[in-house]
Design a protein around this ligand. Structure first.
Ligand SMILES: Nc1ncnc2c1ncn2[C@@H]1O[C@H](COP(=O)(O)OP(=O)(O)OP(=O)(O)O)[C@@H](O)[C@H]1O
Ligand SMILES: [Mg+2]
Length: 305
């Protein structure tokens, strides 16, 4: 494990740096995306932007420039979390004694075999289901103590979710699918801007059936990020996609962490994705068996997949 420097000065500098980077990079990204190929997001300028954001994140981490978690704050903390499902007479312990810390802005990949408890963990992270025991802290607040109303607000405001099969409304266009959140009373950014962020502003009037799987997944990411949540949860987001399309989706998710400083937690069966994560959480038989910190995560576009 790396040393965590909690000095206030480092935290402050890191935040200022991040705001600057965010402004610079989103302007640059948007211009390049429009000028070159809006579909790919892999222009030289964009690669450079990602590299700058990554280097800046690293140097903000430590005054000496080594990669560490200094300057970042814990967004999520699991303390001895357990989850038991009861169906009639059947009792199943899906998670037991899970301890886990996720830092603000981190890209976390949760890996493990089928039935290990990955989706259960993700559901607890997003307040979609309650823990049977233990505590879950989000930004210092114990969400296991929230009543239904407070938990509903937490889910609506702080959590964006991307599913394997997109979950778009087939009778609504791309922009209407993004705007849907607003209809549900959640404050969101301009839906067109959200579509621009995933390189699909020009497809705003297309229905889901008129788009490829990768494009539909990007619309669902636009919908999740439009409300500017602090936490983006993704359950097998590339599970239904081919390699190239999957990489594009991974790149967008990685940029949410690197460029836009969102905390992104992704569940997958694909062990290769460990290479792009800041932190890899290995789950087996309902418990976290290993947490690996990646000093130098790969850029999704360079993933050997
Ligand atoms: N609502 C539920 N009621 C009863 N058992 C459940 C429920 N949800 C999950 N489980 C059980 O908990 C265990 C963990 O399930 P979970 O969906 O978290 O696994 P997973 O790691 O996401 O698997 P996969 O990779 O196949 O999606 C499984 O044995 C599953 O059958
Ligand atoms: Mg699952």
């Amino acid at each position: 494990m790396k040393t965590i420097d909690k000095s206030e000065e480092v935290k402050k500098n890191s935040k200022e740096d991040q705001t600057e980077t965010q402004k610079e990079t989103s302007d640059k990204d948007q211009k390049e995306t429009r000028k070159e190929n809006p579909e790919r997001g892999n222009t030289e300028a964009q690669k450079e932007t990602r590299k700058e954001a990554r280097d800046k994140k690293k140097s903000a981490g430590s005054p000496s420039g080594d990669s560490s978690e200094a300057g970042q704050e814990a967004l999520i903390r699991f303390e001895n979390v357990g989850k038991i499902y009861r169906t009639g007479q059947i009792v199943y312990e899906a998670l037991h004694n899970v301890n886990l810390t996720i830092m603000e802005g981190e890209l976390v990949v949760i890996l493990g075999p089928s039935g290990a408890g990955k989706s259960t963990l993700l559901n607890l992270l997003g307040g979609l289901d309650g823990a049977t025991s233990g505590k879950i802290y989000f930004g210092g607040e114990d969400i296991t103590s929230f009543d239904d109303n407070r938990l509903g607000k937490f889910r609506a405001v702080d959590v964006g979710i991307v599913f394997q099969f997109y979950n778009l409304v087939p009778t609504l266009t791309a922009i209407e699918n993004v705007d849907l959140m607003q209809d549900l009373g959640v404050k969101i950014m301009d839906p067109l801007k959200a579509l621009e962020m995933v390189g699909l502003a020009d497809r705003k009037d297309n229905f889901p059936s008129q788009m490829s799987g990768g494009q539909q997944q990007r619309i669902s990411i636009a919908r999740a990020i439009a409300k500017m949540p602090r936490l983006l949860l993704c359950d097998e987001p590339t599970g239904a996609l081919d390699t190239n399309t999957g990489k594009e989706v991974l790149q967008i998710l990685q940029d949410q962490s690197r460029v836009h400083h969102k905390t992104v937690v992704m569940v997958t069966h694909n062990a290769l994705f460990a290479d792009i994560a800041d932190k890899v959480v290995m789950v087996k038989n309902g418990t976290v068996v290993e947490v690996i910190e990646n000093e130098n995560p790969l850029s999704a576009e360079d993933l050997n997949w």
